[in-house]
Design a protein around this ligand. Sequence first.
Ligand SMILES: O=C(O)C(=O)C[C@]1(C(=O)O)C=C[C@@H](O)C=C1
Length: 432
Amino acid sequence: MQAISPSSPLVSFIPIRRRITRFAPNKLFVHCIYRSDSVYFPNGVGSSRADWQSSCAILASKVAAQEQPTDKSGEDYVNDGSTDHVAAINGHKTSMDLDLVPLNKDSSDDGNSNNNKLMKPLTITDLSPAPMHGSHLRVAYQGVPGAYSEAAAERAYPNCEAIPCDQFEVAFQAVELWIADRAVLPIENSLGGSIHRNYDLLLRHRLHIVGEVQLPVHHCLLALPGVRKEYITRVISHPQALAQCELTLTKLGLNAAREAVDDTAGAAEYIATNNLRDTAAIASARAAELYGLQILADGIHDDSNNVTRFVMLAREPIIPRTDRPFKTSIVFAHEQGTSVLFKVLSAFAFRNISLTKIESRPRRSCPIRLVDNANIGTAKHFEYMFYVDFEASMADVRAQNALAEVQEFTSFLRVLGSYPMDMTPWCPSSGD
Ligand SMILES: O=C(O)C(=O)C[C@]1(C(=O)O)C=C[C@@H](O)C=C1
């Protein structure tokens, strides 16, 4: 496949995706992305943004406020206060594209009302759509086409319209503003660990976790066609991808500096756009194909069990069930910090509820607690928010009782979501 470079335009002005980027407070811009002879690279290393994209719509806050849908699903809308509601994108009313229950419009539209066509009553399935129904859903992810997050969005919601966003924060806002229906974002990786930014954003925003996807991640070392390993002086990729390939990069004997960029596919795109013959990217085989790069080394992650867990986010929670394995994610804090941790965790242990993950993050509203002891001095304790995932549904009475107890020991408690566990058969990464 041809590289995208100034001398070899691939396809001129064929819209391939919408990409969302945040330019200014209170305004979100949705861009039609055009693949022309130069390629946009987010926030990075020598971008040529203007050449590659053209603005399709400016979503002004006043228009949005007038047209904001007033149906039930909009009532609970909450955002962080930094952005306004948006109701129309490129002429489409955003609420119409959601997977809400379809209404029979025949009787009111043409005057030939057909009284036999009565609306079907709502069922529990309408209220709690299965998370795998992806068609017509617009799903925000961070990165550019070819990113693992795009693959995760498509796995979570097959046939969805995957919408690239340049930052995690933008993906959250896209859902809050009804530009997207869901977001699919990485939360932890089996080798690289937690994606802390998304833990912090879960707390700052009001979206609900409605599902999870565990994606085997198969990394390749990519470079321009004809480039040999010996020419490489720099390897660029997402920090997580660099961490996941750290040992293998050393074993390959590359004498190369490592540089972090926004996403793996963006790294591949950047090399292609700027015709860099001394730089390699860590990215997927699909990114190699999309941006016309060759695979210098295949499967360079340090362990074949390289899996990233993504969470699926929505404006509304799903109704928890007990007929299949569910997981629940909570976040809590206490003025006495770590001293209550044992009591909180014992609420789950006594009920035989397994914890699958525990993470702590700085408590930014009061990061330090001072304890004065006149004789000895002042102890400075760091304060944390604790995130816990446990294996039970909120419909399970054991989980309800455990949380009632946890509430007694904490000053802050929020359920981030109760959602079906990813139970797809184990299939370690073997090439994408
Ligand atoms: O850069 C990408 O391709 C991403 O989708 C991001 C991301 C991450 O944030 O962890 C996702 C999966 C891999 O673990 C590496 C990078």
